[in-house]
Design a protein around this ligand. Structure first.
Ligand code: SF4
Ligand code: SF4
Ligand code: SF4
Length: 183
């Protein structure tokens, strides 16, 4: 593979405005309320009145060892040579939900298809919108606080290091760095 691309999520800048989620839904014309390619997660620690919250906007992690690719019985998922993004050939997907069970982050969602059955849906790095290699995805462009970044993973690592961030852990080796700050 040429070079892995991924995200740096700077939670210290996230204000939970959901603009990233909404932009993704609108650009990709996803109308189902149950499908989220990007999702702002909230972690709460402590007990009242000493409660601390962290907001983290996450999508598919485009893992280095993607369990979804490995398990798909149709070969409908694959990892791109040029940037390591994990994408889907929708014409091969039979909506069996096996990838959803295998993904340790519960990323794949399922769209109900007219006439019955399901079709898996997840972040494709905005490639289906014709994003060029030197452009950033819609969620990144939309974030008003610059909490989201996308690019070569080595660059994301360097940005995260400046904020005391680190790579998300997991057997599948997620291509996402996160810097946290509790609110
Ligand atoms: S986060 Fe889940 S769906 Fe995305 S590449 Fe990794 S295993 Fe696959
Ligand atoms: S990269 Fe594109 S598809 Fe992925 S979460 Fe961001 S806007 Fe959605
Ligand atoms: S658009 Fe930016 S600030 Fe708003 S929820 Fe998403 S990551 Fe957080």
């Amino acid at each position: 593979m040429a070079e892995q691309y991924g995200f740096f999520v700077d939670s210290s800048r996230c204000v939970k405005c959901w603009a990233c989620e909404v932009a993704c839904q609108q650009w990709h014309e996803i109308k189902a309320a149950t499908v989220h390619r990007r999702e702002v997660r909230e972690d709460v620690e402590g007990t009242f009145p000493n409660v601390k919250r962290t907001f983290t906007s996450l999508s598919c992690m485009h893992c280095e060892n993607p369990a979804c690719v490995e398990i798909c019985p149709q070969g409908a998922l694959y990892k791109r040579e040029e940037d390591g993004l994990v994408v889907q050939d929708k014409s091969k997907c039979i909506g069996c939900k096996t990838c959803g069970t295998a993904c340790p982050f519960g990323v794949p969602d399922y769209l109900e298809v007219e006439g019955g059955g399901f079709l898996m849906d997840k972040c494709d790095g905005c490639l289906s919108l014709g994003r060029a290699a030197d452009e950033t995805p819609r969620c990144v462009n939309t974030c008003p606080t610059k909490a989201l970044h996308f690019g070569k993973l080595a660059d994301m690592e360097a940005m995260a290091a400046e904020k005391g961030g680190s790579r998300l852990e997991g057997e599948t080796i997620p291509s996402v760095f996160v810097a946290r700050r509790q609110h």
